[in-house]
Design a protein around this ligand. Structure first.
Ligand code: BEZ
Length: 213
């Protein structure tokens, strides 16, 4: 088992995918990345998930995010299943699905949780920054399809922190007020946030979302 923690470098690997062989880090390039596993091809919840991710193509692109799926099924299985996803979910799968038949990548990313299932990957999600560091990890059980609106929401939050030095409060959504991070002094905040900021407490300072008008 390889345990990954936030801030670690995302393990690199070479893998066969439905879009050809990739070296993960080279494939990511300067982009943000989402690597997400599903338990198995030709299963109902997974079919809806991969169809949903395909429909979110523009949402990921405008955030400069590349997405790759993974299961321990082979390429032939992935390619056959893609036809079903396209047909039933009314979309076109437009991202690589990694064929991890020997569980090499699943083990690198600790995606198999033996007390849940000894062989199949759980629903893991890793968000990786352009610096190749792991920024976010989420794990769902096989029986619960993921909320990809939530994934976009956390990517927006991560990018606000990376590019604008703000954090996001509980239940934050696009356009909502943000939190000035503790590392930023009041003097710096006055320069960084021309819309101003409100000091509710010295440790709790709120500012309008910096990247919206
Ligand atoms: C599903 O995708 O529906 C699924 C996969 C594995 C176990 C349970 C559900």
């Amino acid at each position: 088992m390889n345990s990954i923690r936030l801030g670690d470098e995302a393990p690199n690997f070479n893998a066969s995918t439905t879009a050809g062989t990739i070296n993960f880090h080279e494939w990511l390039g300067e982009s943000w990345g989402v690597l997400f596993s599903h338990p198995a091809d030709y299963t109902p919840v997974c079919t809806t998930e991969l169809g949903t991710v395909a429909k979110f193509k523009e949402d990921f692109e405008k955030r400069n995010v590349k997405v790759a799926a993974l299961s321990v099924d082979g390429l032939e299985s992935h390619n056959g299943w893609i036809k079903d996803i396209n047909e039933t979910q009314n979309t076109e799968v437009n991202f690589p699905i990694i064929a991890d038949e020997d569980s090499k990548v699943a083990e690198l990313y600790d995606m198999i949780h033996p007390n849940a299932d000894s062989k199949l990957t759980v629903r893991s999600v890793f968000v990786i920054g352009p610096d190749k560091k792991v920024k976010l990890m989420i794990t769902y059980p096989a029986s619960t399809g993921r909320n990809f609106h939530e994934l976009l929401r956390v990517i927006d939050s991560l990018q606000l922190t990376a590019y604008h030095k703000v954090a996001t409060p509980a239940n934050w959504e696009q356009g909502g007020d943000c939190v000035v991070v503790p590392a930023v002094s009041n003097e710096q905040a006055a320069e960084l946030f021309p819309k101003g900021f409100k000091e509710v407490k010295p440790y709790l300072r709120m500012t309008p979302q910096p990247d919206v008008n």
